[in-house]
Design a protein around this ligand. Sequence first.
Ligand code: ADP
Ligand code: MG
Length: 269
Amino acid sequence: KHDLPKPPQRRVLTVANQKGGVGKTTSAVNLAAALAMHGLKVLVIDLDPQGNASTALGVDHRSGVPSIYEVLLGEVSLSDAAAVSDQSPNLYCVPATIDLAGAEIELVGMEARESRLKAALPTGAFDELNPDYVFIDCPPSLGLLTVNAMVAAEEVLIPIQCEYYALEGLSQLLRNIELVQNHLNPNLLVSTILLTMYDGRTKLADQVTAEVRKHFGDTVLRTVIPRSVKVSEAPGFGQTVLAYDPGSRGSMSYLDAAREMAERGFGGE
Ligand code: ADP
Ligand code: MG
């Protein structure tokens, strides 16, 4: 396995879609694991109080451990809250505990409430961790946590499930991204769309795929993630599918998607 190109600048991607169950967390952790497997240093920031990304990376997220909640409050630094995943020495996760559930409301009264995550993201030489890639796994809403993720990132990665209501709600997501671009983060770009849970036996999946490609063109990765039981089983074992069943179709497709992302690069590369 040859290594993937190291980005000249750190890439920070927000994985967002206000619909639940479309594959945000699965894509964030498996793309991260795939890049880490190829020698890149990757940090996953779990920004969903459910803590599913923390679970899949095998990182403790019981209430009381240093987590993204304390980071947003400014009590703990991001690198102090980051734990290494047992699945790869290059793979780190800042976990989310249930404490984060109140943050959406607590943040409202705070100073610079939209940019607290950005402020906590260290840059260059000031970063002990110094990851090549950062994935921010968003909750299924467009609230302040997701806004914080969009302010902290340069790229948005949108997973779209190959199902009937796939495009529903997407215009609202895009409108919110535009608001963030206009008011808070002019550098934000929807760089990547990933089709997930593709079931080749259904005509519908192909229709959705074609429609998304027609609408979003080259932003959509050529690689499509198939629906696969192994992918859904992995989190139950505290693992990504890459660790759980490295040879499975799901694992191979995330490796392909990660390669495509890395080779395609971003911005002025
Ligand atoms: P989100 O973070 O957007 O809510 P998840 O990544 O948690 O979505 O995925 C929702 C559910 O679908 C989870 O139970 C997950 O294990 C399952 N899942 C995700 N991707 C696949 C896939 N490719 N094949 C089968 N199940 C999947
Ligand atoms: Mg999730």
